[in-house]
Design a protein around this ligand. Structure first.
Ligand code: ZN
Length: 246
């Protein structure tokens, strides 16, 4: 697609939005568009320049709709540890050294390198994706509030994609996107507004490497911070995880 065409579509969409009442279904359809874009980025089927521009446009749209349909809620920005019943001791590595951002770029999709995230492990010796103590799946809680802008509720073991079943939640107030990967079951839909601490999924073993025997059962948790151009750069969430509520 030509750049000028994208710019035209964007400004047309923005102007159109201003002249009508927005509701949840507008949020859902804009998030569905983002999800499709995210799929193309993941599969490497869109070039990086177009993808960068389109991510910016789509997030601006979602942001605008969000602020028109949602009242401000100060609780929306609280931080909760993303696995119920666990705490910072479950974070892999030593003192947060599991976070290796070098080589990571969101726009490299599934081909990214580095590990711009923290792996948070559950007790699951027999690798059945059930917590050894409770014999139940471990709940993934929304680290903070946000809009579900992309997700993959399906995965099968022949897939070569690494994230497995995953969720991206965009917090338009903090300008961050939280990414939860290797889930077992997912309880949210595209366009849902989730509250902090809401159960959004369960910890699983989905994804090319997470499925393998050598991988202990864990949640891959990443935070992307949007810069002034809405470019998603990873940040080290370790201190935020330490400070989060349990
Ligand atoms: Zn990981």
């Amino acid at each position: 697609m030509k750049k000028w065409f994208l710019v035209f579509v964007f400004f047309y969409a923005i102007n159109n939005l201003k002249s009508q009442d927005l509701n949840q279904s507008d949020l859902v359809s804009s998030c569905q568009n983002f999800n499709e874009l995210n799929n193309n980025i993941l599969l490497g089927s869109i070039n990086k320049n177009s993808a960068t521009m389109m991510v910016k446009f789509q997030l601006q749209l979602i942001n605008q709709i969000y602020f028109q349909i949602q009242k401000f809620d100060s609780n929306f920005n609280k931080f909760y540890f993303p696995i119920q019943g666990y705490n910072a001791k479950a974070i892999g590595g030593k003192s947060g050294n599991g976070y290796v951002p070098a080589g990571f770029d969101y726009f490299d999709g599934d081909k990214h390198t580095g590990h711009a995230a923290h792996d948070i492990f559950i007790n699951d010796k027999n690798q059945d994706a059930l917590d050894d103590k409770t014999k139940k799946p471990a709940n993934i809680l929304a680290f903070t509030g946000g809009v579900v802008i992309a997700m993959s509720p399906n995965w099968d073991s022949t897939s070569t994609l690494r994230g497995g079943k995953y969720i991206y939640v965009y917090n338009p107030i903090l300008n961050i996107i939280c990414y939860y990967a290797h889930c077992k079951d997912i309880y949210v839909k595209i366009g849902d507004i989730v509250k902090p601490k809401q159960v959004i999924a369960t910890v699983g073993r989905t994804g090319l490497n997470a499925f393998k025997k050598r991988s202990p059962t864990h949640l891959h948790f990443m935070i992307l911070k949007l810069d002034a151009n809405l470019y998603p750069n990873p940040i080290n969430s370790y201190n935020l995880l330490l400070k989060s509520k349990f």
